[in-house]
Structures are given as C-alpha cells and as structure tokens.
Design a protein around this ligand. Structure first.
Ligand SMILES: *[C@@H]1O[C@H](CO)[C@@H](O)[C@H](O)[C@H]1NC(C)=O
Ligand SMILES: *[C@@H]1O[C@H](CO)[C@@H](O)[C@H](O)[C@H]1NC(C)=O
Ligand SMILES: *[C@@H]1O[C@H](CO)[C@@H](O)[C@H](O)[C@H]1NC(C)=O
Ligand SMILES: *[C@@H]1O[C@H](CO)[C@@H](O)[C@H](O)[C@H]1NC(C)=O
Ligand SMILES: *[C@@H]1O[C@H](CO)[C@@H](O)[C@H](O)[C@H]1NC(C)=O
Ligand SMILES: *[C@@H]1O[C@H](CO)[C@@H](O)[C@H](O)[C@H]1NC(C)=O
Ligand SMILES: CC(=O)N[C@H]1CO[C@H](CO)[C@@H](O)[C@@H]1O
Length: 438
C-alpha cells in the first residue's frame, strides 16, 4: 500500500518534471536578432532590414519615453516575493494598489490601449471598427512616435490568431505556440491593423533589436514577451529568468533607458479570479526621481491609469471612456505631483471589485450584445485637450440611445465583431504568413 503510494507520488513528480519548461534565451541577447523568432527558415526573410525613422522627440512634462512591459496571470504577492521583482522594486516605485480591470487576458489588453474592454470576457478573435479610437490616435495627434513589439510574432504586421514555431527550448520537441494575438491589442483595432502605415508599427522582437541599435525606439511602446517568457504557460520563476536575460541589461542601456524614460512593468491580471485583481506593477527608469526609488505608492490605479498618465504627461486628448473616469484612472503620483494634476482619493471601503467577469454588456459580449457607442464627448481627461473622434464616428450613438442588451448566443449567433481564426486572409496586409490564411 505504502509502497505503491510512494511510486505514484514519484511518477506524478516525474510527469511534472517532464512538462515543466526551463528558461532558455531565445537569442544571444535582447539586442541581437535571432532565427528562433522567425522559423521555419522561409521566415528568415523577415529578419528585420528596416528601421523606424522617427526624427522628432516630443518633450513630455515628466518623461520623454514610456515602455510598457506586460507579463501574465500572477497575483501581486507571488510576484512581489520573487527575488528579481523584489530587486526591481528597490530600483523604482512599487505600485501596491494597481489593478487589472476584469478577466481574462484580452479585455485587459484592450482596456490598456482603448480605455474600455467593450464587454469582452474571453480571448476570442475580435476586431474593432475603424471609427473607434485608441491610444495610437492620441499619440499621433501630438506627433509622438509609437510601436508595439511582440515576441515570436513571425513577421511585422502579422494578423493571424496565433503562431506556432520550432521549439527553441527543447530541441526536437513538438512545435510550440509562442505568439497569441490576444496579447497584441493594437492589432485588434481596425484603425491600426487596416492602415498600411500604422500596421508596420506592430513589430517583431527582431525589430526591437533593430530599432534600439539604430536609435529609433519610439517614445511610446508596448512590449509583449512570448507565451513562456511572460509566465502565461510557465511560472513566475521562468518569467524572472526572462527579465534577467532581457530587461536587466536594457535598464543599464542608454539607448533604452536614456534620459527621462519610464518603464512600466506589470501583469495583465491576477491568477486567482476570486480575489481583487491587484497585480504587481513597478515604475522603473530614469524618469523616476532618485528620492522615490525603493518606495511604494498605495494610490488606487488600474490599467486605465497608464493611459491617463500618458495623456497627462504629453497633454493629449482623451478617449472619453474609462480613461476619463476619475475613480479608476488616477495618474501615477510621481507624475501628478510634477504636473499639478489632482488625483481622486477613493476610501478603501468604496474601491470597486475589478475581478468581475462576463457581466458588462458590450459590442464584444455575445451574451449581452449592444452596439459600439460614441465616446463621451464632454468627458474631461488628464490632458487639457478634448475627446478624440475618428472619421465615421456617429456622435449621436450615446449609451442612452442604444437598444437593450441582446443575448446573441441564445439566437445561435455571435457578435459581428468576432472572427474565426480561419477567415483572416482578407485582413492581412502583409503577405499571408501562416496556414490559417493559406
Ligand atoms: C535559439 O535558442 C536556443 C536556446 O536558447 C539556442 O541554443 C540557440 O542558439 C538559439 N538560436 C539562435 C539562432 O539564436
Ligand atoms: C540598423 O539598421 C540597418 C538599416 O536598416 C540594418 O541593416 C541593421 O541591421 C540595423 N542594425 C541592427 C543591429 O539591427
Ligand atoms: C472578487 O474578489 C472578492 C474579494 O476577494 C471576492 O469576495 C469576490 O467573490 C470575487 N468575485 C468573483 C466574481 O470571483
Ligand atoms: C466609473 O468607474 C466606476 C468604478 O468602476 C463605475 O462604478 C462607474 O460606473 C464608472 N463611471 C462611468 C461613467 O462609466
Ligand atoms: C461605426 O461604424 C460602423 C460601420 O463600420 C457603424 O455601423 C457604427 O454605427 C459606427 N459606430 C459609431 C459609434 O460610430
Ligand atoms: C444566453 O443564452 C445562452 C444560450 O441559450 C445561455 O446559456 C446563457 O445563459 C444566456 N445568458 C444570458 C446572460 O442570458
Ligand atoms: C526582405 C529582405 O530584404 N530580406 C532580407 C533581410 O536580411 C536577411 C538577412 O540578412 C536576408 O536574408 C533577406 O533576404
């Protein structure tokens, strides 16, 4: 009896050991291009030969560059007690009350770039019509350069739902899905993906190396490590090894962390859905005042706060959505203190739950579908401009004017903004790059 129990325990451990992945560097360094990002070999074609060509630097009030780095699915305490994250906190400001806005991943990425998640409560393949604005509109309106860098996306501008490549961690193992579109939010906005100039700024990690080495890392960037490096398929220790390989050298590299740079390292959401959605978030970089490094800040922030902080810093227009909702979009204090922006204090007892899932009606919710509404054009954001509107927007479509939510699932259909991964071919601006669009 005892003997067989021991055997079973041993074999369970073996099984776990066989599946647990151990970090391996995908390249010789974060600034070296690698075929590990482009396999099979036909994709060598897409090792970057092109560099962004942004000449202007628009001065911000507190920082001139912001780089967002998002990891996945980890509770605050799990990250905060992991050595590399502890030492990063000593170099920056640890935001101890920074919250994701719902579950699972995709709606959080949408919220961070669009000021809303439009009812989404899954990781399906969606697109958002071109009359709906996102952060890119606000940045371009003021001439601020931007890009997103997606690790293991096989080519710039790749529209596919996912990408499976040669396994670079375990030689000979089955190919691995390192890239998922659900973590690449700007691709979901037609205003970006269907614009031939803009879509070039949805870039690979080989282009990250290229842009940094050539001195053209944009002023605003959003970085998504692959499905193993961001802890999604792995553990916090795996992600810690990735940071040691990728982020730590960049923190001492003036081409990335030069003057007046803010690097926001955070997570899309907590692992535990039944608890408040507070994630580890740390403000790093030369823009963080020396006197504040190693301190904590318990102001209430959410993913909308990084939008409002960017608006406040560069005096941008707003999106007129949750980025202008004062109770969920406080500007990072070290920025607000310098710009004179007044944050809203919410007593602990009144802080809403950010772990609510599948309850918000919206155009990306098939269970409670309502069409897209125009933004609130009277909203006041953290910048001094008004609300940005895109061509084709019907300003009369206020939330009050829209019909009551409809359960499309009960009608055996889905929201019109959902796509099947097999139907992307017509949307792909670059030459078709995977089996899904062959
Ligand atoms: C791909 O990654 C593996 C694992 O770290 C490494 O051994 C190999 O050298 C990498 N290949 C290239 C071309 O960098
Ligand atoms: C810098 O840009 C040039 C021209 O686009 C390119 O050929 C070169 O590979 C880039 N440097 C690196 C290290 O990526
Ligand atoms: C959200 O978190 C709170 C606090 O832990 C918990 O009481 C509540 O049940 C959670 N809600 C959901 C939907 O899991
Ligand atoms: C602002 O956010 C709070 C907390 O999530 C929410 O209760 C409120 O409805 C929001 N206001 C608007 C106008 O969306
Ligand atoms: C956005 O554009 C679509 C057409 O693509 C239109 O049906 C919809 O009413 C518009 N919505 C808003 C909020 O302007
Ligand atoms: C919508 O309809 C589906 C299918 O009939 C059902 O399972 C689901 O509970 C409904 N949801 C709501 C919110 O009414
Ligand atoms: C499109 C293109 O010009 N691709 C080239 C980029 O650089 C690699 C490696 O130097 C070449 O093999 C490609 O042909």
């Amino acid at each position: 009896m005892l003997f067989s129990a021991v055997l079973i325990a041993a074999s369970v451990r073996l099984a776990a050991a066989a599946t647990a992945q151990v970090f391996e560097p995908p390249s010789k360094g974060p600034l070296v291009q690698t075929a590990n990002y482009t396999t099979p070999s036909s994709y060598l074609l897409y090792l970057s030969n092109s560099t962004l060509n942004d000449k202007t630097v628009v001065k911000g009030k507190v920082f001139n560059r912001i780089m967002h780095v998002w990891l996945e699915n980890t509770d605050f305490a799990t990250a905060a007690w992991t050595p590399i994250f502890e030492s990063l906190a000593e170099q920056g400001i640890l935001l101890t009350n920074y919250n994701s806005v719902t579950h699972p991943s995709e709606p959080n990425y949408l919220a961070q770039t669009g000021g809303d998640f439009w009812g989404a409560h899954d990781d399906n393949m969606y697109h958002i019509p071109s009359n709906i604005s996102c952060v890119v509109d606000l940045l371009e309106d003021k001439g601020i350069s931007w890009a997103t860098y997606q690790e293991n996306m096989p080519t710039d501008s790749y529209y596919g739902y996912d990408y499976t490549a040669t396994n670079y961690i375990q030689e000979g193992a089955a190919p691995y899905t390192y890239y998922m579109r659900k973590h690449n939010p700007l691709m979901i906005y037609d205003a970006v993906s269907q614009d031939p100039e803009r879509v070039k700024r949805i870039r690979t990690f080989n282009d990250f190396a290229n842009d940094v080495v050539n001195g053209t890392l944009p002023q605003w960037s959003f970085v998504t490590p692959n499905m193993v490096n961001d802890a999604h398929d792995t553990t916090i220790d795996f992600a810690a090894s990735f940071l040691e390989y990728w982020l730590l050298p960049l923190l001492t590299d003036p081409r990335v962390n030069g003057e007046d740079t803010l690097i926001l390292l955070t997570f899309d959401e907590t692992e535990t859905y039944t608890e408040q959605n507070t994630v580890y978030a740390v403000a790093l970089g030369t823009a963080v005042p020396v006197s504040k490094r190693g301190t904590t800040d318990d102001t209430l922030y959410t993913h909308y706060s990084s939008l409002s902080t960017v608006q406040n810093n560069w005096d941008l227009k707003s999106l007129g959505r949750q980025d202008t909702n004062a109770s969920v979009s406080n500007v990072f204090s070290f920025v607000a203190e310098k710009t004179g922006y007044k944050n809203t204090h919410i007593p602990a007892s009144e802080v809403p739950y950010f772990n609510l899932t599948a309850v918000a009606p919206g155009p990306l919710n098939s269970l409670a579908f309502v069409p897209f509404a125009a933004p609130n054009l009277k909203a006041k954001g953290a910048g001094s401009g008004g609300v940005f509107t895109r061509p084709g927007l019907n300003e009369h479509l206020t939330p009050a004017s829209l019909p009551a939510p409809v359960n499309l699932t009960a009608l055996d259909t889905t929201t019109p903004w959902q796509m099947s991964p097999e139907t992307v071919s017509g949307k792909n601006i670059i030459p078709c790059a995977n089996a899904a669009c062959a």
